[in-house]
Design a protein around this ligand. Structure first.
Ligand SMILES: [Zn+2]
Ligand SMILES: [Zn+2]
Length: 159
């Protein structure tokens, strides 16, 4: 399986070792990618545990799990990464509506581990409703991890 983060590497050679805690992300970009992959594979506990301590007080694993379950996470695009920030777009489907979330996220080291602190949402909008007989929208994104083989939506990413 290709890594959901769009790296074109295998999941078990990319984000999975972070999600299973065999390795620690060395940069905010690695953490960001692994959090996206955790959303895509619906592993809420990892997302919760990689929030900064203060942000964790306002989160719950079950809230994160319901949000992850409601969406199909199609693709991640990194626009820019610095030593403490990552500017990215995440493309997802919710009730057959294709959406883009663009955010500039802030990261800090807490006890030697990169944590997600918060982010400024730049765009969170619906791109459009996807019809079941239409070419699956994952075909539009070169970094999409799902099928991308000219399949119709109903045979690809539709629930
Ligand atoms: Zn990855
Ligand atoms: Zn698809």
């Amino acid at each position: 399986m290709l890594c959901p983060c769009g790296s074109t590497q295998l999941f078990n050679r990319c984000c999975q070792p972070y999600i299973t805690k065999q390795q620690l992300p060395g940069t905010p970009e690695q953490l960001m990618r692994s959090r996206f992959s955790a959303y895509a594979t619906k592993q809420a506990r990892y997302i919760f545990e990689t929030y900064g301590g203060a942000a964790q007080l306002q989160q719950s694993v079950s809230d994160i799990q319901s949000w992850a379950d409601e969406c199909s996470w199609l693709a991640l695009k990194i626009h820019q990464a610095t030593t403490n920030t990552v500017d990215f777009s995440a493309y997802y489907l919710m009730n057959n509506i294709l959406c883009e979330l663009r955010e500039k996220s802030n990261f800090n080291l807490e006890q030697g581990q990169w944590r997600y602190i918060d982010g400024d949402i730049i765009v969170n909008e619906e791109i459009g409703i996807v019809k079941r007989s239409e070419l699956c929208p994952c075909n539009r994104y070169p970094t999409a991890w799902s099928a991308k083989q000219g399949k119709k939506f109903k045979h690809c990413c539709a629930k």
